[in-house]
Design a protein around this ligand. Structure first.
Ligand SMILES: Nc1ncnc2c1ncn2[C@@H]1O[C@H](COP(=O)(O)OP(=O)(O)O)[C@@H](O)[C@H]1O
Ligand SMILES: [Mg+2]
Length: 268
């Protein structure tokens, strides 16, 4: 099961969500691989993983078409593994341009590891280059964080149009599991406005519980910690990401039930 956290806008909570969703799933006993596909390597840094010169990373896997399985690193969270970004990832976007079936390189690199973990979560860069295309194409489901601090409508329109193009051109599902409201502050007027517009447009596609604005989400990455290691179990951030993990698992189970029913119907 491959989940991709994507939105071509930067600073909306993609990395925070990818890291803490992965950690939350791992803490429930699932084996999870977080793939850092952002050239800034923020997920790698916030988990306290260093990529030294000569260390293999996602970048080398993509350029040499090597299996991601070979670059896994353990993290401080049991069951959570990381495929680190690496400095050379910035050049990969260009190098991919000349690869065979260039939007499907990551899909091929993930082949062997998909059998070995329960969930793969991909953190993506804030632009729709080839790296992000590869992430979208390889994924079963997308989680789209939307920041409630400004009106995101134009950017989201562009993003959903891109998804539609990928679906028809590449014939991959690119299914949105849910839009996630982030930096949510009930007292702010802008939050209410963004929420009203999005709930009207996307309805039940929006996750029920938002991720509230919380300075601890800003502080935890610099301490190289997930929110679970940084806050108590009753902390606001832990509560929010726990709710998200529960809802993600519920939605995945619901999709699986519908798919099984469709298969049974097709065979009948
Ligand atoms: N719920 C939140 N409340 C407050 N700050 C947040 C929250 N989520 C993320 N942040 C902070 O906002 C900034 C952008 O978040 P990040 O997850 O890096 O976004 P992206 O990956 O989309 O660029 C970071 O400094 C992060 O620590
Ligand atoms: Mg990021």
């Amino acid at each position: 099961m491959i989940l991709c956290v994507a939105n071509q806008k930067g600073g909306v909570g993609k990395t925070t969500t990818a890291v803490n969703l992965s950690a939350g799933l791992a803490r429930r006993g699932h084996k999870v691989l977080l793939v850092d596909l952002d050239i800034q390597g923020s997920a790698t840094a916030s988990l306290g993983i260093q990529v030294k010169e000569g260390d293999a990373s996602v970048a080398e896997c993509l350029t040499a078409e090597r299996q991601i399985e070979h670059v896994l690193r353990e993290t401080a969270t049991p069951n959570l593994f990381l495929a680190p970004a690496g400095e050379s990832l910035a050049a990969v976007d260009l190098q991919l341009a000349s690869a065979m079936a260039r939007e499907e390189v990551l899909t091929r690199c993930l082949e062997t590891v998909t059998e070995k973990v329960d969930y793969i979560v991909i953190d993506t860069a804030p632009y729709l280059g080839l790296l992000t295309m590869n992430a979208l194409v390889s994924s079963d489901h997308l989680i789209v964080p939307v920041c409630c601090e400004y009106l995101p409508i134009l950017g989201l329109k562009l993003f959903t149009e891109t998804l539609e193009r990928i679906r028809t051109r590449m014939r991959v599902p690119c299914h949105v599991l849910g839009y996630l409201l982030t930096m949510y502050d009930r007292r702010e007027r802008i939050t209410a406005e963004v929420e009203a517009i999005l709930r009207r447009k996307f309805g039940a596609e929006i996750f029920e519980h938002p991720i509230r604005v919380n300075t601890r989400h800003k502080a935890s990455p610099s301490h190289r910690k997930t929110i679970y290691e940084f806050e108590s179990s009753r902390g606001k951030g832990v509560v929010d990401y726990e709710r998200l993990v529960t809802e993600v698992l519920q939605r995945l189970a619901a999709v699986a039930t519908v798919e099984t029913a469709a298969d049974t119907f097709a065979q009948a």
